[in-house]
Design a protein around this ligand. Structure first.
Ligand code: PMP
Length: 355
């Protein structure tokens, strides 16, 4: 090992789901939206003023911040925007998780949390979900340096009630509690209402799932103005110009087309509820998903086998070879047609295995 290598920061990076290069793939592996973004986004991109690209963007991304603030009826200074919610959550870790006590998050959850904790040298303890893959609020009542969990949780798709979230936030008033609501638009619960009452709550959301814009990279956080101001100070000490002009324009257009947003979200929910029935008939059991994916296990065929067999048929789902969940598949809800192809493919696999 060269001398300089000893001082290289050692990290094990987060591994995102595969982005297959070949065409004709049914891609149900990274929880993207199967529908295009609002037509108003295309319009904003086509008709945007290209000449202005020679200038730096507004580091505060105020147009987007203010569109989001109007939408949720909060002040501009309660909104922070970033390059996807990954960027926003990473900034929040850096800003808020600085105590000498460990932060807490579930043992089965978004697999980026431990990566950020390691990168920023933040001590952490994971709290096991119960047998039904539920977060146990009692586990989050002891001393800690901060808390983060997604609601609904990923990859389990299980949603926690608002009153349980409120208990956690209230009992931890000396630290920041981050609720990652990447999938909340597909569920029944949001912690946004609690922001008025608790200054230690940060809610993080994304345009990647329900607004069909994973490629644009837009995420945001809503919280008390002191939290947002602290995040901005950290962000502006690192890189001011992360939100590029096209993302800002496209994001504003997406927020303004609320009818389209509601239409695609309800379509995905409808397809999800149908998928629950279809996959149950094919021998799957799953948690009661409140997201745009199902977390499913087959009653006789191993998840890894189904994963591999589906891949051979050009259908990509997600499989995590990890303790407690290595017999589950995470299946993103696609279009009705894509889901029909999934059911047909699974039926063939089930028939083949039972021969
Ligand atoms: N949180 C959760 C729970 C997620 O599943 C994802 C998607 N990988 C993200 C945050 C990040 O999404 P994005 O950076 O695209 O906003």
């Amino acid at each position: 090992m060269s001398d300089w290598e000893k001082n290289v920061r050692k990290v094990t990076p987060y591994i995102p789901g595969e982005q297959p290069k070949c065409a004709h793939v049914i891609k149900l592996n990274t929880n993207e939206c199967p529908y295009p973004p609002s037509p108003m986004v295309a319009e904003a991109l086509n008709h945007g003023n290209k000449e202005k690209l020679r200038l730096y963007p507004d580091p505060e991304a105020m147009e987007l911040v203010s569109a989001i603030a109007d939408y949720y009826n909060v002040d501009n200074n309660q909104v922070f925007v970033g390059v996807g919610s990954d960027d926003v959550i990473g900034m929040a870790f850096l800003t808020f998780f600085n105590s000498d006590k460990p932060i807490l998050f579930p043992d089965i959850t978004y697999s980026f949390y431990d990566v950020w904790a390691d990168l920023f040298k933040i001590d952490y303890i994971t709290k096991p979900l119960n047998q039904n893959f539920e977060i146990m609020k009692e586990d989050y009542m002891g001393e800690n340096g901060g808390i983060i969990f997604p609601n609904p949780n990923a990859p389990t798709a299980v949603e926690m009630e608002t009153s349980d979230i409120e208990d956690i936030v209230r009992e931890n008033s000396d630290v920041v509690v981050i609720v990652d609501e990447a999938y909340a638009d597909f569920g029944d619960v949001t912690a946004l209402e609690l922001i008025k009452k608790y200054d230690n709550l940060l809610v993080v959301r994304t345009f990647s799932k329900s607004r069909a814009m994973a490629g644009m990279r837009i995420g945001y956080a809503i919280g008390n103005e002191k939290l947002i101001s602290a995040m901005k100070s950290v962000k502006f000490s690192y890189n001011s110009y992360t939100m590029n002009m096209t993302s800002i324009d496209a994001g504003v257009a997406a927020i303004k087309d609320d009818a389209y947003f509601k239409k695609i979200v309800s379509q995905i929910i409808e397809t999800r509820e149908r998928a629950k029935k279809e996959l149950a008939e094919l021998g799957f059991t799953f948690t009661d998903s409140k997201t745009n994916f199902l977390f499913a296990k087959h009653n006789s065929i191993k998840a890894e086998v189904i994963f591999e067999e589906l891949k051979k048929k050009n259908i990509f789902v997600r499989y995590f070879k990890k303790p407690r969940i290595d017999n589950y598949l995470r299946i993103t809800i696609g279009t009705e047609q894509e889901m029909q192809q999934l059911y047909d493919a699974v039926r063939e696999i089930v028939d083949m295995q039972s021969d």
